[in-house]
Design a protein. Structure first.
Lengths: 105, 370, 468
């Protein structure tokens, strides 16, 4: 539930979040842009999978973790928006490599 | 009230021994250190590892194998009694090779062990890079081969310790944290163990304090030739399951984090951080498993292995003061089952040194010249 | 192979900028590292961007904030090796030659600097406020709302409740009111009787008269705004399914349950000790501010030779005091490098100390008027302490009953502090709960041992480190 102060001077920047087009402003952090777009939760808690959203907006809480252009564990509150970014929520466990069925852990 | 046994050290070795002694009907007091002790039990991979153990001592190859087999029963019993699932699996283990020298070294080791007799090579065999990748889709193209052993597995060492402690508490073990032992007095027939916070007496005493045992050995006529060998570990963030088997240096936990090792340094009792070691671990890991590249290292630490000169365990009863024992090894996880189920009962019988002759520190004595 | 430099300054808040300016101004070679893309730290976050792109916003962000532009300007005017977007993840032991390695990552590549002196100026963070439901999306800190306002010009538009106690909350309220942002309610947890508590510190506070007046002005703005204020509030709890929907609390003996879309919590700020702990500097618990801070001498040097802490990271005293503290440290380092005579250093340092005294004079008053919360040690069993690993206070107490005797054992027993935030969100609460439960003092309980990496870095970055 965030909105923008009216800001005619700032350039618009578009990126995608979970496939959805988001309109941001130059200089926004990814977290701020997503909050302004009505997105509450950026990641799932690692143990329970519960939805988590930004808490500190200064890079110490790690609740704003997202995947940007294929790279996971990015702190959205520290990442400036760039045109054409592909941003996705971070799942409880990182999604790297090939899936296996076995029991090596 | 005096216990039958005082065990100095409440880590995996001390707790496993205590567990076995309890089962045999003995009463036990465990004296443990505080929040900032060395604690090898906290700094390891949790591998229940058989392959490569005992190249040079057939008895150790057999002991490791026996323990791995006993672990199945041990894990179940711990689970039933403590309510804690210690996460023991035995899917088989792989040691990956990036360089021909590594591959050849493993191959040669297997041949040597095969010729040792007893359990021989414990069914360890070499496989090609393509075979590895067929077994493990996340192994990368730089891996040229690996050694595989079906008897290798893993367990959660912290949960194991917790289960052992919980059972101990419920069965009346007198567990004392923050009781660093300063001296052991031998008063004809028994032992008086002095700590900063009180003195404890028992008929028998076991030194199972890892790298802390050597200093106390002199008090009871025991020479304990073990010393610290540093290893660094990296732990990553959680990721989805990546492996079908257990990899020796890339070990995924049941939480999904990945632990990476393994380095060796001789730096005394220093658990500082060496960036060069961390760089080496990370570099090897991403060469072996390219999918790890983008994972974040969340934690790292170094811990001290308890190393004897040949890397094999040291078990002994004091000749000078019978009833004092020292039990030291660097494989406290692998050997926990054997320690609890096969070694502990022997602490209640005579002839300990004869039974465990192969593990006596006498093997390090320089032979007398004629 | 590492780049050799006289001084590495970590953090470009007021203390870092001032330290860098002072040392570089005296002729030292200074590398300045900060995670963000422009200087300012938190208190002056995005001040250059705001000045350049959204100058109209300065009208509600306030004079204090606008001062940051001057500090940033002075910083830019001095020659330093300024590297924005850099994350420090290791500070090494001191070599025989008196140098330390500082390992950083920037754009996915790791690099080592070799420094004679390191200034940790990473400031403060909001004291984590473990109320029930604090992990629900929509629950944030006052600092977070303020950050979003500063760096991106966004504000909470639904039902916003400010809940907590402290000058920063007052400042945010005044900023929002000036920007015509609706605040549904202020739930003030400041215990009643503030003036009585802080009375003996009033004379000293009057020395910092200007600040006191500014504070009174802010207070008047908020009181006159018509925003409902619930004073002396306690027993806060956030509720909702999947995200925040309401906040409950007790005030003046009445139970309330307010609908809320965003709750901004605040219970003061505490030093960010991640790097000072990483280097094993000695820390001490401050009973008034209820937090650990590194022990430093008059120049800001910690118990680790060559490592200094400047600004709020050494103890909360506010932005202006931070600036002075940075300057004092920068001068001290210049003296150590032989670039300044004792007399030159001392003259300026004296002046800075005096100003710092004036700027910080109000601190005693503020710390007692807005006391640190005393309830964290007693939070209910089902409250989450460690957000990353979802460890509750109850599980921590249970582990203590089973022999877990300190925060580092808690880590091993429960994974508390082992997640990506590396204990930043739970260390303070864990110490409070363990101290309360065991009846010992926080100095005895201690805190998590912090090891590298100081912030999570990718394995590829680590593998890329040149260790030759």
């Amino acid at each position: 539930m965030f909105q923008r102060l009216s800001d005619p001077m700032r350039k618009t920047v578009s990126f995608r979040f979970e496939g959805r087009e988001i309109e941001a402003r130059e200089g926004d952090s990814v977290a701020a842009a997503l909050l302004a777009a009505g997105v509450d939760s950026l990641k799932d808690a690692p143990v329970s999978g519960a939805a988590r959203g930004p808490y500190c907006m200064m890079g110490v809480c790690f609740e704003c973790l997202v995947e940007i252009d294929g790279a996971g564990h990015q702190q959205a509150c520290l990442a400036p928006v760039r045109a054409g970014m592909d941003v996705r929520r971070q799942p409880a466990a990182r999604d790297v490599g090939a899936a296996v069925e076995g029991d090596g852990r | 009230m005096a216990s039958d046994f005082i065990i100095i050290g409440g880590g995996l070795v001390g707790s496993a021994l205590s567990h076995g002694l309890l089962k045999a009907g003995a009463t036990v007091t465990i004296l443990d250190e505080g929040d900032l002790a060395f604690r090898a039990s906290r700094g390891n991979f949790g591998l229940v590892w058989v392959q490569s153990k005992g190249d040079g001592m057939a008895e150790y190859a057999q002991w490791s194998r026996q323990s791995s087999d006993l672990w199945v029963e041990f894990a179940q019993a711990l689970g039933e009694e403590s309510g804690i699932n210690v996460g023991h699996h035995r899917p088989g283990g792989l040691e990956l090779c990036l360089e021909p020298e590594e591959y050849e070294a493993y191959e040669t080791s297997i041949k040597r062990m095969h010729n040792q007799g007893g359990v021989g090579d414990n069914d360890r065999r070499m496989i090609s890079g393509d075979e590895v990748r067929a077994m493990e889709p996340n192994v990368g193209p730089e891996v040229i081969g690996a050694s595989f052993c079906p008897h290798d597995g893993i367990v959660n060492p912290l949960l194991t310790l917790r289960a052992l402690h919980r059972i101990a508490a419920e069965r009346g073990v007198d567990y004392r944290a923050d009781h660093r032992v300063e001296r052991i007095h031998t008063d004809g027939g028994g032992f008086r163990v002095v700590t900063r916070r009180g003195t404890f007496s028992a008929a028998k005493v076991i030194l199972a304090a890892g790298n802390g045992s050597a200093a106390l050995g002199a008090d009871v006529g025991l020479t304990i030739p073990v010393g610290p060998e540093r290893g660094h570990i990296i732990v990553t963030e959680r990721t989805r399951p990546l492996f079908n088997h257990v990899l020796g240096q890339v070990r995924q936990t049941d939480e999904g984090t990945v632990m990476l090792g393994a380095t060796k340094e001789s730096v005394g009792f220093d658990t500082g951080f060496n960036p060069a070691m961390i760089q080496k671990i990370a570099s090897n890991a991403v060469r072996k498993i390219p999918a790890l590249k983008g994972l974040r290292m969340i934690r790292s630490w170094s811990a001290l292995r308890i190393m004897s000169p040949d890397g094999f365990p040291v078990y002994q009863e004091s000749d000078e003061h019978p009833g004092a024992y020292s039990i030291s090894c660097h494989s406290g996880v692998t050997l926990a089952a054997a320690h609890a189920m096969a070694l502990a009962p022997k602490l209640l019988e005579p002839g300990f040194n004869a039974h465990f002759a192969a593990f006596s520190p006498r093997r390090f004595d320089v032979p007398k010249t004629e | 192979m590492s780049t050799e430099i006289d001084v590495v300054v970590i953090g470009t808040g007021p203390a870092g900028m001032a330290a860098a300016s002072a040392a570089a101004g005296a002729g030292a070679s200074v590398a300045v590292l900060d995670e963000q893309s422009e200087p300012g730290g938190q208190i002056y976050r995005a001040v250059e961007s705001v000045e350049r792109r959204r100058p109209a916003d300065l009208s509600f962000l306030g004079e204090a904030y606008a001062h940051g532009a001057k500090v940033a300007g002075a910083f830019r005017a001095v020659r330093t090796d300024y590297r924005p977007g850099a994350t420090v993840w290791h500070i090494g032991a001191r070599s025989k030659g008196g140098r330390r390695d500082v390992v950083l990552s920037r754009s996915g590549v790791a690099e080592t600097l070799s420094a004679r002196h390191v200034v940790i100026a990473t400031g403060a963070l909001e004291r984590p406020v473990p109320i029930p439901g604090w992990t629900l999306p929509g629950v944030m800190t006052v600092g977070a709302v303020q950050s979003a306002l500063k760096s991106s010009g966004i504000y909470p538009s639904g039902r916003l409740v400010l809940a907590g106690s402290g000058p920063l909350m007052l400042q945010l309220a005044a900023q929002l009111i000036a920007a015509h942002v609706a605040i549904a309610a202020i739930v003030d947890t400041t215990p009643p009787g503030g003036l009585a508590r802080a009375f003996f510190h009033l004379p000293q506070a009057l020395i910092g008269g200007e600040t006191l007046l500014k504070g009174l002005k802010l207070r008047r703005t908020v009181l006159r705004s018509g925003v409902p204020i619930h004073a002396g509030a306690s027993h806060l709890a956030a509720h909702g399914e999947g995200r925040l929907s309401s906040l409950s609390f007790t005030s003046a003996g009445v139970d309330y349950h307010l609908d809320a879309d965003v709750v901004a919590l605040h219970e003061g700020v505490i030093p960010n000790t991640q790097l000072s702990r990483l280097v094993n500097a000695e820390h001490r618990w401050d009973d008034v501010q209820r937090c650990f801070h590194p022990v430093t001498d008059q120049w800001g040097e910690t118990s680790e030779p060559g490592i200094y802490v400047a600004g709020d990271g050494g103890g909360i005293a506010g932005a202006l005091a931070a600036e002075r503290s940075g300057r004092i440290t920068g001068l001290a380092i210049a003296r150590r490098l032989g670039l300044l005579a004792d007399s030159a250093r001392d003259l300026v340092a004296e002046e800075q100390r005096l100003r710092r005294f004036v700027d910080g004079a109000i601190r005693g008053f503020l710390d007692r008027y807005y006391p640190a919360p005393d309830w964290i040690g007693q939070v209910a069993d089902d409250v989450v302490l460690c957000r990353c690993e979802e460890v509750t206070a109850g599980r921590l107490r249970e582990a203590m009953a089973h022999g877990c005797s300190g925060p580092n054992q808690a880590k091993a027993f429960l994974r508390c502090g082992m997640g990506p935030c590396q204990g930043r969100m739970c260390a303070n609460s864990v110490t409070e709960v363990m101290a309360a439960q065991s009846g010992s003092v926080p100095d005895e309980v201690g805190s998590f041992r912090i090891r590298p990496p100081a912030k999570p870095v990718t394995l590829a970055e680590v593998a890329s480190l040149d260790v030759g």
